[in-house]
Design a protein around this ligand. Structure first.
Ligand SMILES: NC(=O)C1=CN([C@@H]2O[C@H](COP(=O)(O)OP(=O)(O)OC[C@H]3O[C@@H](n4cnc5c(N)ncnc54)[C@H](OP(=O)(O)O)[C@@H]3O)[C@@H](O)[C@H]2O)C=CC1
Ligand SMILES: N[C@@H](CC=O)C(=O)O
Length: 409
């Protein structure tokens, strides 16, 4: 008998319960023994649960720990404490812990991986990055010795879902946020999604796997979607640019750098078509050119599937070597242009600024709320600015189609 301890029974925890319960025969065949969910730890004993639960449920950590000699712990409560102490306690007993908690992994992963090593066990966090996409074990396994120069992508399902719904169906911010929460995509505090913290935790985890060491948080600046104005999006849409929350990390030859920020993607960028709760990750390196991983970035089934697969993968491969990325220097500069947005009051200052700094303005687009200027990339501007990824010349084609249909703007 393989005894499972489940910490948390919300969106993800209940998904793990269902995934295990529904695949008992397959698991028995793979593992050679029955799997039993021996105990579940929750916070609120009175809460109405949707699923019928055939397991011991408790709010007491002591009762949970005393219930069984667990063979595997799944942690899905989120946050640092008490998740950190709970995880450490079981790793110290030599029991593998599998988690979806990206905050805990990004902030304390170094300590917890160290504990797992020390006690010859496993700390698995496949589900912590990009929900259902099996990126973590790909990086630790079949890409472990591939020199990676950049990792980038759309890592937050909630905000990508919100941006898609708001742009394509003209829905309001509060309405789509509520829906993302109801669908189980959002964090318990959605500020984590909206202000880019969630994507920031995930890119730091990917950075560790691609470049070999845990990055310092303050080396990864972060900006969320809350500062995006509707009219910025409208101007971008007119010329076929898609706004996305982009997280990236790259090796510049001397150090690893990274960031999370909203950016415009031209139609030449494959990630521009990643819509809804879907996430997309691009891995670049000399011998692989570019690998793209696209799939569900959040939600009960996809995330639970990753947690269970993470455990099974470790069970089947635990005696083989796994590695951490080797990293290589980025060769080609991707960002050549920026989109600057100006209110009418900023226009004069902006004209002065481009003149003084000899910045080439390629195009200007007017809107009743202000102007959008495409400029040559500069490291910083005093105005609201978004990087542009991709070939900006595609805007000409979109403009031509747009003006043929609607007249010029
Ligand atoms: N939702 C998603 O799509 C994804 C979520 N994740 C991550 O998975 C984790 C869980 O997320 P999610 O399932 O959405 O969150 P939920 O809020 O739906 O569930 C959290 C669960 O944890 C329990 N819990 C919270 N605090 C404690 C505590 N101190 N002691 C015991 N139990 C506690 C809650 O108990 P109770 O039920 O009694 O309130 C609840 O069952 C987070 O780290 C999140 O970032 C990762 C990928 C995708
Ligand atoms: N809130 C997260 C959940 C998955 O990690 C997201 O929206 O991506």
């Amino acid at each position: 008998m393989l005894r499972v301890g489940l910490i948390g029974f919300g969106t993800v925890g209940s998904g793990v319960y269902e995934r295990i319960t529904n695949s008992k025969d397959k698991l028995k065949q793979l593992l050679g023994k029955e799997v039993e969910i021996a105990a579940i730890l929750v916070k609120d004993r009175q809460k109405q649960r949707t699923a019928d639960v055939d397991a011991f449920v408790t709010t007491s950590w002591e009762q949970f720990c005393n219930k069984a000699n667990f063979d595997i712990i799944f942690e899905a409560i989120g946050g640092i404490e008490p998740a950190l102490s709970y995880t450490a306690e079981w790793l110290e007993r030599g029991v593998p812990v599998v988690t979806a908690n990206k905050k805990l992994v990004a902030e304390k992963g170094q300590i917890l991986e160290g504990l797992a090593d020390q006690h010859s066990t496993y700390y698995g966090y496949e589900a912590a990055v990009a929900g259902g996409i099996p990126i973590i074990n790909a990086l630790k396994g079949t890409l472990a010795t591939t020199a990676i120069s950049r990792v980038s992508g759309i890592l937050n399902g909630t905000t990508n879902y919100m941006l898609t719904e708001m742009i394509e169906h003209h829905r309001g911010f509060a309405d789509v946020l509520l829906e993302a929460q109801e669908l189980g995509y959002a964090e318990s505090d959605p500020t984590d999604d909206l202000e880019g913290f969630d994507a920031w935790y995930k890119i730091r985890i990917l950075s560790r796997l691609c470049f070999g060491s845990w990055p310092l948080a303050n080396e990864f600046p972060r900006k969320g979607v809350s500062a995006i104005k509707d009219w910025h999006v409208e101007v971008g849409e007119r010329i076929g640019f898609k706004i996305k929350l982009i997280a990236e990390a790259w090796h510049d030859g001397t150090q690893v750098r990274g960031s999370v920020k909203p950016a415009f993607l031209t139609q030449t960028e494959q990630l521009a078509s990643v819509r809804g709760v879907t996430n997309g990750i691009s891995i670049e390196g000399e011998s692989i050119n570019q690998l793209l991983f696209i799939g569900p970035g959040a939600g009960k089934e996809a995330t639970a599937n990753s947690m269970v697969e993470d455990f099974l993968f470790n069970e089947r491969t635990k005696h083989s070597e796994r590695g951490w990325g080797v990293g290589s220097e980025v060769q080609n500069e991707q960002l050549t242009h920026s989109f600057v947005f100006l209110t009418p009051a900023e226009r004069e200052t902006a004209l002065q600024w481009v003149k003084e700094n000899q910045i080439a303005v390629m195009d200007t687009y007017s809107h009743h709320e202000g102007e959008g200027w495409i400029i040559e990339r500069t490291d910083s501007t005093p105005f609201e600015t978004y990087p542009i990824y991709g070939d900006v010349s595609t805007r000409r084609r979109v403009e031509a189609i747009h003006s043929a249909q609607f007249g010029s703007f």
